[in-house]
Design a protein around this ligand. Structure first.
Ligand SMILES: NC(=O)C1=CN([C@@H]2O[C@H](COP(=O)(O)OP(=O)(O)OC[C@H]3O[C@@H](n4cnc5c(N)ncnc54)[C@H](O)[C@@H]3O)[C@@H](O)[C@H]2O)C=CC1
Ligand SMILES: O=C(O)[C@@H]1CCC=N1
Length: 273
């Protein structure tokens, strides 16, 4: 694999910014030879670029090893055909967008590169602290070196899981890409419960957050499975059992698989958006 990589990243919002931070902190990039394009960069992105030497919205033309596409899927049809770096010939395109297929992306890039090679990746926001989980979709158009480059980039931001194809990635994105929002919704719900019991908003959020973080740390450090740890919390006939029974009455066990399928359906709708 060619190291360090010359990167051009299109879009540095929530997810693009998180990945950029992970990459800028490591030794994967040739930072002086890398560029971020974003018409409305956050202060965080501006500072990151300034501190790392990555160019932000430059007019100069460079050759890039990798182009990361990190705008919203709905923006792909307007943004991709407008990309104006003529040196995309050998560039590997990495899309982090939900839904939009590699074939659709290659079609939108047909004026920028002959036969563009597109790797689809589904990252997670904890990439910002290098605790992401990235799904990567195998694609016959990619070379072994393309796969190595994609894997090295995403490993710099956490764990990676190769999917047999884009279909598998779309099916699993609710378990990874979307799931931080599901977990955070649970933290919000617990904080609201504490507030309803008369706790101040600050203390409510602090106790919900620390309980969540402590549970995650325990799951990480302890050898036991989530089921075994859950049982360790749950005294027979006790308070947790009563709470879990209430959750089950509300269909909790089915709600997450249902959410994952809803995310998959939306990914299919976004394909071709
Ligand atoms: N937010 C998340 O947790 C995850 C997001 N994704 C994917 O990441 C992609 C980006 O999502 P977010 O970061 O959440 O969106 P965002 O709205 O936070 O970021 C999009 C960025 O694109 C920039 N942008 C708009 N027009 C542009 C243009 N013409 N050229 C360059 N940049 C432009 C915006 O200024 C913004 O900074 C989406 O395709 C989404 O499906 C994937 C996994 C997780
Ligand atoms: O909500 C979305 O569509 C993106 C993809 C996964 C997480 N955020």
């Amino acid at each position: 694999m060619t190291r360090p990589l010359k990167l051009i990243q299109i879009g540095a919002g929530s997810m693009g910014g998180a990945l950029l931070k992970a990459w800028a902190e490591g030794d994967l990039l040739d930072k002086e030879g890398s560029t971020v394009v974003d018409p409305r960069p956050s202060v965080e992105t501006e500072t990151l670029c300034q501190d790392s030497g990555i160019a932000l919205n430059p007019s100069a033309d460079h050759a890039y090893d990798v182009c990361v596409l990190a705008v919203k899927p709905q923006q792909f049809p307007s943004v991709l055909p407008q990309l104006s770096w003529p040196s995309f010939g050998e560039t590997l395109f990495v899309s982090i967008a939900a839904g939009t297929t590699a074939d659709e992306i290659a079609m939108l890039l047909k004026n920028q590169a002959d036969s563009p090679r597109v790797l689809r990746v589904m990252p997670t926001l904890p990439a910002k602290v290098r605790r992401g989980v990235s799904l990567l979709a195998r694609n016959p158009a990619l070379s072994a070196e393309d796969e190595q480059i994609g894997e090295a980039m995403m490993r710099a931001a956490g764990e990676v899981h190769w999917c047999a194809d884009e279909e598998e990635l779309d099916r699993l994105m609710g378990v990874t890409g979307c799931a931080p929002a599901f977990f955070l919704r649970a933290v919000e719900g617990l904080a609201k419960a504490a507030e309803e019991e008369g706790t101040s908003p600050e203390a409510a959020l602090a106790m919900a957050k620390e309980t969540f973080l402590g549970t995650a740390a325990l799951l990480d450090a302890d050898g036991r499975s989530p089921s075994a740890l859950r049982e360790a919390v749950t005294s027979p006939g006790g308070t947790t059992a009563a709470g879990l029974a209430s959750l089950e009455e509300d269909g909790f066990a089915q709600s997450l698989p249902k959410a994952v399928r809803a995310a998959y359906r939306r990914a299919k709708e976004l394909a071709g958006a």
